[in-house]
Design a protein around this ligand. Structure first.
Ligand code: FEO
Length: 394
């Protein structure tokens, strides 16, 4: 393996999961990485481990730098299994290591892997001296789980925030200045939208807290994807914007269709939006999938949702979409609904009920068409697109 150094004596020892395409439902079409970092000083510390299937690769990477028996500390920033499930394997080789985690991390390690470990809990502001280097810990509950924390290497000014600022992106390069910026920001956005959007208020507060601590950040080394070293402020600024709900004059039309009627309506609405020079994305759920749809919604001002009626209710893909969107709580969007039916109808009503339950701002009236939309129906759809565009531009 070619050794990757963040600085002298801080190595990336993680693994690249090139072939994962479904990360607990999140479609990772560019794979991912599980990043772990080895800090060699008078004491040796391993920051995070990797998914269990790759534990031997992690061990091999460590062995190229140091005998694992010499590891003094294993920092567990987060107990979700993509980062901790190699812990039992590593501990067998690092017999003298003390595990460092937040109190909730300590509890979660015991609940996942048993109580057979030497674990020391830390809280915000606690420091661990490794020799020339100092590790400072910052608890970061819900970024991504209650146990999550950040580790900051004081002398090197490197923040290791685990899931925060990550991307599901498998590459042979490790640093932001080595890869296409557009791809990097696209994956960072997809990751934020699908993993962290729900926690937007906490993200804003946590970033403000770190800024108030006055700690300089030369590098952000997350647990997934690329390390931000050329300009870490770029991803911090993006997170501040995303968590504040900064959005564009953009409408996302999310729909599904059985015999093409809802598709015709969706296209007419899209034309109405575009006629007002507002950006529009038309996404059929069985073609685009939830991961892409939610990413597009992140910076849109309006979401227009369409469904045919099936069994007196919405098409199942729309139920799945609305459940996912309600869970992620996208901020400040205008929602509108349309659909088609054969005899009884029901899709639009049930979608609107879900939206109201989630306290989404709902535009009225909705449009529901019997069987196949006629010219006057498509005109109404076009006008709906115009109205939505005008509303978000106002
Ligand atoms: Fe990458 Fe929440 O684990």
């Amino acid at each position: 393996m070619v050794q990757t150094k963040l600085t002298e004596n801080i190595h990336w020892v993680g693994v690249v999961d090139w072939n994962i395409r479904d990360f607990h439902g999140y479609i990772t079409h560019r794979g991912t990485t599980y990043n772990a970092y080895l800090i060699s000083d008078e004491k040796t510390a391993l920051v995070d481990t990797v998914k269990h299937a790759f534990s031997n690769e992690l061990l091999r990477n460590i062995c190229e730098i140091v005998d694992p028996a010499k590891i003094d500390y294993i920092i567990v920033n987060h107990v979700e299994m993509d980062h901790s499930s190699s812990l039992p394997v590593i501990v067998k080789h690092a017999k003298n290591a003390t595990i460092i985690a937040s109190q909730r991390g300590k509890d979660a390690i015991i609940e996942h892997y048993g109580a057979d470990f030497k674990i020391q809990s830390v809280k915000t502001g606690d420091e661990l001296k490794l020799g020339k280097r100092t590790l400072r810990f910052v608890e970061a509950p819900m970024l991504h789980w209650p146990d999550s924390m950040f580790t900051y290497v004081v002398e090197d000014k490197i923040l290791m925030p685990n899931d925060a600022f990550g991307q599901h992106l498998a590459t042979s390069e490790r640093f932001d200045d080595e890869i296409d910026e557009h791809v990097l920001m696209e994956e960072a956005k997809t990751y934020y939208a699908n993993i962290l959007m729900l926690f937007a208020p906490l993200i804003t507060r946590k970033i403000q807290e770190v800024v108030q601590m006055g700690i300089p950040i030369a590098m952000i080394a997350p647990s997934h994807g690329i390390i931000w070293r050329s300009d870490p402020s770029k991803i911090i600024k993006a997170y501040l914007d995303w968590s504040a709900g900064v959005s564009k004059n953009k409408v996302v039309i999310v729909y599904d269709t059985m015999w093409g009627s809802t598709d015709k309506m969706a296209r007419a609405i899209a034309e109405g939006v575009a006629s007002q020079e507002v950006d529009v994305k038309l996404l059929k759920l069985r073609a685009a999938g939830l991961t892409e749809v939610v990413t597009e919604i992140l910076d849109a001002k309006a979401v227009v949702v369409g469904s045919p009626t099936l069994n007196n209710g919405m098409f199942p893909t729309l139920g799945s979409f609305l459940t996912y969107a309600m869970g992620l709580k996208p901020k400040g969007k205008l929602w509108s609904f349309f659909g088609s039916y054969g005899w009884g109808g029901g899709a639009v009503k049930s979608m609107m009920e879900m939206a109201r339950k989630a306290s989404f701002e709902v535009h009225e009236p909705s449009i529901e068409v019997k069987y196949i939309p006629k010219q006057e129906d498509l005109k109404k759809c076009f006008e709906l697109g115009q109205q939505i565009a005008a509303k978000i531009k106002a």
